[in-house]
Design a protein around this ligand. Sequence first.
Ligand code: FES
Ligand code: FES
Length: 169
Amino acid sequence: MTLNENEITLTLNGESVRAWAPSRMHAADFLRQRLGRTGTHVGCEQGVCGMCTVMVDGQAVKSCLMLAAQLDGAEVRTVESLAEENGDLNALQQAFKRHHGLQCGFCTPGFLMLATSLAARGEPMSREQIRDEISGVLCRCTGYEGIVRAVEEYLQLQQNEGQVVEVEA
Ligand code: FES
Ligand code: FES
């Protein structure tokens, strides 16, 4: 901590944490640099690319558009929260792998957290709705088809409470 830093207490991936950040530090840098959650990626830093998407109080947000100080008292989930305790990929991550929803992987944490927030709504979604909902994250590699199929399969899986659903290309 240096002078002019704010104390921030939050729940991060289920754990209570406390750290300090300058008033002008944005939340993405805070998560990466002060809390070591480097799974949250930073691309444009102006709200366009969506790479920095995390969940704050259950909502997907672009963390480069929030100040670190705004996380005080919040419940935050980053991509590090998704894998199972034994390190296995969760069902959403497995769907991305199965459908080739990533290449370089730089955009992937943003899509995973956005899809996690969509699943939390518990509503059925058409492929077109999914395309619309995920349009806030940009991918330069995949052409999006595998990402859309992976998200669709995961949402259907959630709807069907554990039934395995294969989504066709
Ligand atoms: S880094 Fe946040 S939207 Fe691009
Ligand atoms: S997989 Fe490379 S940017 Fe999406």
